[in-house]
Design a protein around this ligand. Structure first.
Ligand code: BGC
Length: 743
């Protein structure tokens, strides 16, 4: 024993001595800032420039000579992207890079449950770690401004508070693994068409109240280690080298100490990239994702052109050091972090997490006469109709496309969940796109259909007459022009003639349940004629199981919409009065000027203020049980600027099933010197209640919850006067109101 201890002591002493001999930049025990500064002073100018740009599609070099590792990034944000070749978008053909696809971020936002965001972040972070990735390119928090935006499914809805509350735990969960998040796309990237040439102007009040808060929360509360700058322009300057956004706001105002990554192919100008806050350049010469020039890395804006400017004195060393410092910090926080675990991939725990998050995010929009949950006690005949019941949804949509280990289709999920208790048949109903491919990953599904739309409808209707339930699974998919990057939707309506199929089914069967798969609001002209509607998002690997959980009542739905479903596109502010959300193209340049004229009236803020009835309101979502709200009361009726106010409302589960309700607290400023939205979400909490159980839900608000952003003074202002707090089940369903006064 004594010998062992002596030997161990010698080994430890040896290790300590070895560690003492290591330069601080290589010493895992040294504090990160010390490692950064030590590395900086050992690096040559060329080495510093080298770490500021990519060396392949997804990785940047470290400093081999100093033992500083490469930095590997990956998409993001719903699963870990499969490996592509070093310098091409084509698949590397690995057989061990199939992942778990987690629900799309819209679905996560619809849980209204920060614990689900933490679980999501932790799980996807573990997958990224296992795959040797240092930076996960996500999550996205661009505000949902139009339902036509092809990328809304990658974001967290229309409300800055909801997106802020959800993004923070996601970041912490990922980064707990030593993997950085790269929160994107900073900022004002609210639609996809013309994304490289859209120049957005927006007033500062809307910027600070609507478009920036989730990014600010990501930086100041989540502590994200990196940020991805967006493709579009503001003030005629691309966001990837935009002084106002990257230097003034992100780094100076918010004190961001991480690295700013360009979006892939979003850099256009060396001088601006040097001075305006870009730290790490990716994807140049690729026009985003397509037109790749081989091995162009030395020509990147922050590569040889930067070196030349440093050599002839046009660029200064202090700025170079600052960029290198940020990139080194990112490397030491991630790739060179000591004690990183192995992570894990495709574990049962990850599938369980995906299913749980989905179960909490699926939204029951309508349930006429309690048609759901399915009554399986009498061996019902269930007819499933629609292409989305079969279609794999994890392939397509752009950079978030995945290669999954498994994906359960809605049809298979339902069959498994009802086996022995129901007969399930299927009719196609409509035909969408036959394909299913992204960058060489294919679904392997052949969805070719030769029958005419009328024949498909006839078949479905004939079968529907014989069924106890008809479940139509349709919506959008990830093909171009649907929910897909680099393009927007053509209209709010469902594609492929689905409305006609739904109308025909509704005419013959009252127990018609529509399961809408989409990352966006869609028009529902048949709303009043169908029994139930589930908003089921893109759910990923566990799609079919999670949908079946809700249909059969294994899971009591508790999701709430993170965006407004408008009755018509023209009801949405950026489409109102014939406005074109794409703006106007300049006569002399390929630039699209878009002005966010609706200001702060985005989403429900517009619908409420203008008294426009939506199809389904922000925050709406039903349960199989019922909740009753008591009276909202406050601990005081007058507050001063320094105080806080605590508002409490009792909520009771008045039904016979356990369930969860998200209690939403909105504030109205009764009289203000500026236009204020009719009400704004300032807090929420999801509570789980057994039948008959009551819980008091309390919210404590400070002055910041009452304030608006005064652009002239560049500060938040809470005007004295009367306010109202509303406890609500959705933005259109206020259950109790409590007035108070700010002195
Ligand atoms: C997308 C980013 C993505 C990047 C890398 C870009 O086209 O806008 O969100 O992370 O490609 O794939």
């Amino acid at each position: 024993m004594k010998h062992c201890i002596t030997a161990l002591t010698a080994i430890l002493a040896g290790l300590a001595a070895a560690s003492a001999q290591l330069p601080p930049c290589q010493d895992p025990a040294a504090p990160i800032e010390q490692r950064v500064e030590d590395a900086l002073q050992r690096m040559t100018t060329a080495e510093k420039v080298a770490i500021l740009h990519a060396q392949s599609k997804f990785c940047s070099p470290g400093v081999k000579r100093l033992g500083i590792p490469e930095l590997w990034t990956t998409d993001g944000p719903h699963g870990v992207r499969p490996e592509v070749l070093w310098d091409e978008w084509r698949q590397a053909g690995w057989t061990n890079d199939s992942c778990v696809a987690f629900p799309a971020l819209t679905c996560l936002a619809a849980t209204w449950n920060p614990d689900m965001a933490a679980l999501y972040g932790q799980s996807i972070g573990e997958e990224a770690l296992y795959r040797g990735k240092d930076v996960l390119l996500g999550p996205g928090v661009n505000i949902y401004r139009t339902p036509l935006n092809g990328r809304n499914f990658e974001y967290m809805g229309e409300d800055p508070l909801l997106a802020s509350r959800m993004v923070v735990p996601y970041i912490k969960g990922v980064q707990a693994n030593g993997v950085a998040t790269c929160v994107k796309h900073f900022a004002l990237n609210n639609h996809e068409r013309n994304r490289h040439t859209t120049n957005v102007s927006v007033d500062d009040r809307a910027l600070y109240e609507i478009y920036l808060p989730a990014f600010k929360a990501a930086v100041n509360e989540g502590g994200t280690w990196s940020i991805m700058a967006a493709y579009n322009l503001h003030g005629d300057q691309h966001l990837c080298h935009n002084k106002r956004f990257l230097v003034d706001i992100l780094k100076n105002e918010w004190g961001f100490d991480g690295a700013v990554l360009s979006d892939w192919g979003g850099t256009h100008n060396t001088d601006e990239a040097i001075t305006n806050g870009l730290d790490l350049e990716f994807g140049s010469w690729t026009n985003g994702l397509s037109n790749g020039a081989s091995n162009a890395y030395a020509n990147y804006y922050l590569a040889d052109p930067y070196l030349n400017r440093l050599a002839d004195g046009r660029a200064d060393t202090a700025t170079l050091n600052e960029k290198a410092r940020r990139v080194l910090r990112l490397i030491f926080r991630t790739a060179a972090r000591p004690g990183k675990g192995p992570g894990n991939m495709c574990s049962e725990a990850h599938y369980a997490a995906a299913r749980r998050i989905a179960g909490e995010g699926i939204v029951l929009l309508r349930n006429r006469g309690g048609v759901l949950p399915l009554d399986l006690s009498r061996q019902p005949r269930i007819l499933v109709v629609g292409e989305n019941a079969l279609r794999m949804m994890t392939v397509g949509g752009g950079s978030s496309s995945l290669k999954v280990q498994r994906e359960v289709s809605p049809l298979d999920g339902l069959r498994a969940a009802t086996a022995g208790r129901a007969t399930v048949t299927y009719a196609r109903g409509y035909a969408g796109d036959a394909g299913g491919e992204f960058d060489g990953v294919t679904t392997g599904q052949d969805l070719t259909e030769t029958r005419t739309p009328a024949e498909l409808i006839d078949e479905a209707v004939g079968m529907a007459r014989q069924a106890d339930y008809v479940i139509f699974v349709g919506g959008l998919n990830k093909s171009a022009g649907q929910d897909c990057e680099d393009a927007d939707r053509a209209s709010l309506g469902l594609p492929y003639g689905q409305d006609a199929v739904i109308e025909a089914l509704a005419a013959v069967n009252p127990n018609l349940i529509v399961v809408n798969i989409s990352g966006n609001a869609v028009a529902m002209p048949w709303n009043d004629r169908v029994g139930a509607i589930l908003q089921a998002w893109y759910i990923g690997s566990e799609a079919g199981n999670a949908i079946a959980d809700v249909l059969t009542g294994r899971v009591n739905p508790s999701g709430k919409l993170p965006m407004t479903f408008p009755a018509a596109l023209a009801d949405v502010p950026c489409h109102a009065d014939g406005r074109d959300y794409l703006g106007t193209r300049r006569a002399d340049a390929d630039i699209w000027d878009v002005s966010y004229d609706e200001g702060v009236l985005v989403g429900y803020r517009w619908f409420d203020t203008k008294k426009i009835k939506p199809l389904y309101a922000f925050g709406h979502g039903l349960s199989y049980t019922t909740f009753e709200y008591g009276k909202l009361t406050a601990d005081r009726d007058h507050i001063t600027a320094a105080d806080s106010i605590t508002l409490t409302v009792p909520v009771t589960n008045t039904g016979s099933l356990a369930g969860a309700e998200t209690v939403q607290l909105y504030i109205s400023d009764v009289k203000a010197s500026v236009l204020r939205p009719a009400k704004e979400l300032k807090a929420f909490e999801k509570v789980y209640l057994e039948p008959g159980q009551t819980k008091n839900v309390s919210f404590t608000l400070g002055r910041d919850a009452l304030a608006y952003f005064d652009a002239d003074r560049h500060e938040w202002v809470a005007e004295p006067g009367r306010f109202k707090a509303h406890a609500a089940a959705s933005s259109a369903d206020i259950r109790s109101t409590c007035p108070f006064t700010l002195d």
